[in-house]
Design a protein around this ligand. Structure first.
Ligand code: BTN
Length: 338
């Protein structure tokens, strides 16, 4: 897009660039350059236009989100090249699958600030308003056993946990954690843990082989208002920290961690090399949990995870732990959500 090209040149320039220079370099009309500058301004950049000198970026809003910003801060080898940003979409998971059908390469990411058909786990809807959150999905084309794929969701959870924890490093009132298997939770001043993310991994097969895997994640970042019915269990980073969060920084750090973690996952096709890091964040560990097994609910004491990502639970009155599979079974704290 012309706008992206103009923005790239304005960001790289040390001085003013004239409209003529831009139009010559990009082989477009002066009017097209002017229109591009207008839409860049609408995204939150303040651009000076000085007679006989040209354009120069003066400042930008804290929270400008676009492909140029996202890619220019991203330090990864193969993830997020490209990072396709859409202001609004149906579902970023569906976008990735459509791109995969057109032959897109592994590592492409689609991000959006709003979804109209956001999908959650177990066929639920993921409400995705445009209130400063982020919804994003990644295309993977892994050569692995199908039963290893659920582990990718835990790798994604670990990466978000690491990125959020790094972001909150100097904010001592908050504690970040992972609620098994893949919710990232946050607690303020020792209060209850509340959920700030959801992850949905979708796998498509061709005969028995994996065709592609789409990992989608929604993070409540700068959302200020939550519907009454979920206020007890869900929050946003903004509400927890009391300040707006730089989305580009958080998004890019998440994918940088994911790339490193996923490469470790691929070495063994399981979580053996990540188990320790994951358990460091696991808030269920050492807590009483209620296991909602369709075959019968029971209570027990949660331990860590095994290399397949299953939660080890010692049922009350038993002397051997049980490995709880994600998917069918969910786990709650006996006193509440965690
Ligand atoms: C859950 O139910 O906890 C999982 C929610 C996953 C939501 C994300 S938002 C980005 C991606 N696109 C979707 O339609 N869903 C996932």
């Amino acid at each position: 897009m012309i706008k992206d090209e103009v923005l790239k040149r304005l960001k790289d320039a040390e001085d003013y660039i004239s409209g003529q220079e831009l139009s010559d370099e990009l082989h477009v009309s002066r009017t097209a350059v002017w229109k591009a500058v207008q839409s860049i301004r609408q995204e939150g950049y303040e651009i000076e236009a000085v007679n006989k000198k040209g354009y120069r970026i003066r400042t930008m809003d804290e929270d400008v989100l676009n492909q140029t910003e996202l890619e220019s801060h991203l330090h990864t080898k193969w993830i997020g090249h490209p990072m396709i940003y859409k202001r609004q979409t149906g579902s970023t998971n569906d976008d990735i699958m459509a791109l995969a059908d057109q032959g897109a390469k592994e590592g492409v990411i689609v991000l959006s600030s709003m979804q109209t058909k956001g999908k959650g786990r177990r066929g639920r809807t993921w409400i995705s308003p445009s209130e400063g959150n982020i919804y994003m999905s990644l295309l993977l084309r892994p050569q692995m056993r199908t039963d290893a794929v659920p582990g990718v969701t835990l790798v994604m959870a670990l990466a978000v946990y690491q990125a959020v924890r790094e972001y909150c490093r100097d904010i001592h009132k908050v504690r970040v954690g992972i609620k098994w298997p893949n919710d990232i939770v946050i607690s303020v001043d020792g209060g209850p843990y509340k959920k700030i993310t959801g992850i949905l991994t979708e796998m498509r097969l061709e005969d028995t082989e994996i065709r592609d895997v789409t990992v989608g994640i929604g993070i409540n970042i700068n959302m200020e208002h939550f519907p009454e019915e979920i206020r007890k269990t869900a929050t946003s980073l903004y509400l927890a920290l009391g300040e707006h969060v730089n989305r580009v920084r958080l998004i890019d750090t998440t994918w940088e961690y994911f790339e490193k973690d996923y490469e470790l996952f691929l070495k063994t096709q399981d979580l053996s090399l990540l188990k320790e890091m994951y358990e460091e964040g696991l808030v269920n560990r050492g807590r009483k949990v209620l296991v909602l097994d369709p075959k019968g609910e029971y209570q027990g004491l949660a331990g860590g995870i095994d290399e397949r990502g299953r939660l080890m639970v010692l049922p009350d009155g038993k002397d051997r732990p049980v490995a709880v599979e994600s998917g069918e079974i969910s786990v709650r704290g006996v006193m509440g959500y965690v």
